[in-house]
Design a binder for this molecule. Structure first.
Ligand SMILES: O=C(O)CCC(=O)C(=O)O
Ligand SMILES: [Fe+2]
Length: 154
């Protein structure tokens, strides 16, 4: 995959404080588009990652950087590195702000499993699609839980 240039974007999430709102869902379970997502936050806790069917708290302290594996690393590695299913549970009465940076390939890059991760026993397990098409698809379908990744698995 050509990585001389890429398409990165910053987002911001604001989870306002609310009294008596233990274990409020801040973001429902989802996976992210892109290769890697870097996240910093202003308070401890809140982010959870699913592992073996269980939700684990990510021990992320203020100003630490969390590196999340996202969909296009899963595609590139033919499923060796899985896009991490994650969600946000807001547990405290403090306003929580996070700044995720989505790092991806350029918009016209068709991401397919790299030859290094495919052989006779491991044929390509994902259809190719440009990053632009993927982002557009995700924008309209991810809300109802149908990530684009599920649609391109062979
Ligand atoms: O706010 C967080 O901790 C995670 C944000 C997130 O998963 C996202 O914006 O995709
Ligand atoms: Fe996310």
């Amino acid at each position: 995959m050509k990585l001389e240039s890429g398409y990165d974007f910053f987002t911001a999430n604001d989870y306002p404080s609310r009294k008596n709102s233990e274990n409020r869902i801040g973001q429902f379970a989802h996976i992210d588009p892109g290769l890697l997502i870097l996240i910093i936050q202003n308070v401890s806790g809140g982010l959870q990652v699913q592992h073996n069917g269980k939700w684990l708290n990510v021990n992320l302290k203020p100003n630490w950087i969390f590196v999340n594996v996202a969909d296009h690393l899963e595609i590139l590695t033919n499923g060796k590195y899985k896009s991490a299913l994650h969600r946000v549970v807001v547990n405290n009465e403090v306003r929580r702000v996070t700044l995720p940076l989505f790092l991806g390939p350029s918009l016209d890059t068709v991401v397919t499993p790299a030859p290094e991760f495919t052989d006779d026993g491991h044929p390509p397990a994902y259809l190719g699609m440009t990053y632009k098409q993927y982002l557009e698809y995700n924008q309209f379908h991810v809300i109802d839980g149908k990530s684009c990744l599920n649609q391109i698995r062979l």
